[in-house]
Design a protein around this ligand. Structure first.
Ligand code: NDP
Length: 295
């Protein structure tokens, strides 16, 4: 049977560690603070924002939020960002994406002070990750790497195949897994292949992976024949599919778990795998930012 990479449990361990750090910081008169900006009323975004705020409260991080109407103008949104850039109580600013179509996401991301960009989306922080000199690590890829490393899975020299090349998951994860393992919490020293919708022979490439990461956004896309016997399988996907229950849907990943799990040596469940790690790493970045601001 495979090792189940339990992100719910590991994220709780990380949050307990952070809670102790926040207490120590508070005793020095420093309280980490996170500002969350939400524009519009997308139900999934509201849920994400709510759980981020709740997690802040649980571990003692100050949480401020701006819930703005869908019709907010670019100038209004930029002025809210600027207000948090100037707020000494705030160490991390997160603008929940996607934004309504009339707003320019990259201008908003670029307006967040890089020192407060705890999502690690600002070009300055993205570039730092690429050259192995990070200020912050992007939350979902960092969650993936922590799950792998803290479980004691060997990554050096392993062939990691990442399916998906988005700016928030696939690309930064590839940069991190490629990096030398120099005792930092990002480098995996792996040989990395990145796949996308134009990749030829995708099934064969996936089947060569020692570590296979699916970040595609297609329910149960990775089937058993695409996975090598004994591979480590990390499922980043979160997809809603219709179900005969009170909610009318259930969550599945990008991996066909029931058929892939028996072939793998370790696998993340969905839900309860990468998802909870993402929020824990956001808290990690906020605490780190507060420490950097007072160093
Ligand atoms: P994007 O839609 O931005 O990227 C999806 C990637 O998958 C693209 O690079 C795309 O290729 C590739 N892809 C799509 N179809 C295929 C195919 N048939 N064959 C090969 N590659 C394909 O998604 P995200 O990276 O933002 O998210 C991916 C998944 O992870 C989603 O389910 C999302 O909900 C989930 N997610 C989960 C998080 C968590 O906390 N657990 C956080 C963020 C995302 P191309 O570039 O060619 O279009």
């Amino acid at each position: 049977m495979p090792t189940i990479l339990d992100g719910k449990k590991l994220s709780q361990t990380i949050l307990d560690e952070l809670s102790a750090e926040v207490s120590a910081l508070k005793s020095q008169g420093i309280q980490p603070g996170l500002a969350v900006i939400l524009v519009g009323d997308d139900p999934a975004s509201k849920v994400y924002v709510g759980s981020k705020q709740k997690t802040c409260e649980k571990i003692g991080i100050l949480s401020k939020s701006s819930i703005l109407p869908a019709a907010t103008s670019q100038a209004e949104l930029l002025s809210v960002v600027q207000q948090y850039n100037d707020d000494p109580q705030i160490h991390g600013i997160l603008c929940q994406l996607p934004l309504p179509h009339h707003l320019d996401e990259s201008e908003v991301i670029n307006a967040i002070a890089p020192q407060k960009d705890v999502d690690c989306f600002h070009p300055d922080n993205v570039g730092r990750v690429l050259i192995g000199a990070p200020r912050f690590l992007p939350c979902t890829p960092h969650g993936v790497v922590q799950l792998i490393k803290r479980t004691g899975i060997e990554t050096t020299g392993k062939h990691a195949v990442i399916v998906g090349r988005s700016d928030i998951v696939g690309k930064p994860l590839a940069a991190m897994m490629l990096q030398k393992d120099s005792g930092s919490n990002m480098g995996c020293n792996s040989t990395v292949t990145i796949c996308h919708s134009a990749t030829r022979n995708l099934e064969e490439v996936c089947a060569q992976a020692d570590i296979l990461v699916a970040a595609i956004g297609k329910p149960e896309f990775i089937k058993a024949h695409m996975v090598k016997e004994g591979a480590v399988v990390i499922d980043v996907g979160i997809n809603r599919i219709d179900a005969d229950n009170s909610k009318g849907y259930r969550l599945v990943g990008d991996v066909a778990y029931d058929e892939v799990a028996p072939k793998s040596s370790a696998i993340t469940p969905v839900p309860g795998g990468v998802g909870p790690m993402t929020i824990a790493m956001l808290m990690y970045n906020t605490v780190k930012s507060a420490k950097l601001a007072h160093a």
